[in-house]
Design a protein around this ligand. Structure first.
Ligand SMILES: Cc1cc2nc3c(=O)[nH]c(=O)nc-3n(C[C@H](O)[C@H](O)[C@H](O)COP(=O)(O)OP(=O)(O)OC[C@H]3O[C@@H](n4cnc5c(N)ncnc54)[C@H](O)[C@@H]3O)c2cc1C
Ligand code: FES
Length: 286
């Protein structure tokens, strides 16, 4: 799907945010929160559609806009979710809002994970820290259509047990007998019973087969930089590896030229790319 295909575009001024209301806030880690929200406009609430992997521009009225992926799954329509790591102006302003507060939302923008390409294949999800946010949209999407996919492996890591985001999801996937969930931390504590070690190292130890498999990677740049070579060692070709990139954005719709990586615009051509598309830029940018 391209930006121009999205239903939202047909609804008038693309720069005009829709008003959304925060319905629930989940404290994920000391610096990360998930916001559940719904549109104030009832018609939009019913008709809004998006695909896993897409993002939006969210605004705190009077402060400004920031880019976050839609972290909930399009298969679960009761509300929408986004997860935020507190780093600066807008994310700190969001942190001061409570349930019932109004925010601006424009989107969905960008392409999405190529569902048709993934169908019938084994999937290996590899996430680090808040990088699980876009992956969890796709993971729930896949689990809700479980018969359309083969084996599912999920590798997820964070610095410490406290830094693990979406613990309720990790627990659910761990219990799901159709999913192989591997959680790791860089540094454990007395209560930690899972694996200890960096994600790329644990991935190489478990060594999922590359045959008829697609790997989907999202996490901090340092994790991405070491995960791509680990996947190549396991036999994954660059076309078999997908990732979703972050690049500072302004317009979100391919007009301002702010978000380029090489000759690609992350907002318009991405944020989902195959490793084959971005291989030449990754060493310098990531
Ligand atoms: C497609 C996409 C999806 C994203 N999804 C999420 C998400 O789901 N959750 C989430 O927490 N964040 C996500 N981000 C990152 C998020 O957009 C930034 O962290 C956010 O803009 C920070 O806003 P701020 O006003 O709080 O920070 P600012 O005050 O603008 O900046 C704080 C600091 O962070 C740096 N910074 C800000 N944005 C970026 C960036 N994109 N790359 C590198 N450095 C940056 C600034 O230079 C500054 O040092 C996503 C970004 C993109 C492009
Ligand atoms: S954010 Fe303007 S071109 Fe991508």
């Amino acid at each position: 799907m391209t930006v121009a295909d999205t239903k939202f575009f047909a609804q008038g001024n693309v720069y005009l945010p829709h008003i959304a209301v925060i319905e629930k806030i989940v404290e994920e880690t000391p610096g990360v929160r998930t916001y559940h929200f719904n549109f104030k406009d009832e018609k939009l609430r019913k008709e809004f559609t998006f695909q896993s992997g897409q993002f939006a521009q969210y605004s705190v009225l009077g402060t400004g806009e920031a880019t976050f992926c839609i972290s909930s799954s399009p298969t679960r329509r009761d509300h929408l979710e986004f997860a935020v790591q507190r780093v600066g102006k807008v994310t700190n302003a969001l942190n001061r809002l409570g349930v019932g507060a109004e925010i601006g939302f424009r989107g969905p923008y960008g392409n999405s994970f190529p569902i048709d390409f993934l169908k019938g294949k084994n999937l290996v999800f590899i996430g680090g820290g808040i990088g699980l946010a876009p992956l969890r949209s796709l993971i729930w999407n896949v689990i809700d259509n479980r018969d359309k996919y083969k084996k599912i492996d999920i590798f997820y890591g964070a610095r410490t047990p406290t830094d693990l985001c979406f613990k309720y999801d990790l627990e659910a996937w761990d219990k799901d007998k159709t999913v192989n969930m591997v959680t790791t931390v860089d540094r454990g504590d007395d209560s930690w019973k899972g694996k200890v070690g960096l994600v790329p190292k644990i991935l190489e130890e478990v060594a999922p087969s590359a045959k008829e498999t697609v790997a989907i990677v999202c996490g901090p740049p340092i994790m991405i930089r070491f995960t791509f070579p680990a996947l190549e060692k396991l036999g994954f070709k660059p076309e078999q590896t997908l990732t979703t990139l972050e690049k500072r954005m302004k317009c979100g719709i391919g007009k301002c030229g702010r978000c380029n990586i090489g000759n690609l615009y992350v907002c318009r051509d991405g944020p989902v790319f195959s490793y084959a598309q971005i291989k030449d830029f990754v060493s310098s940018e990531y």
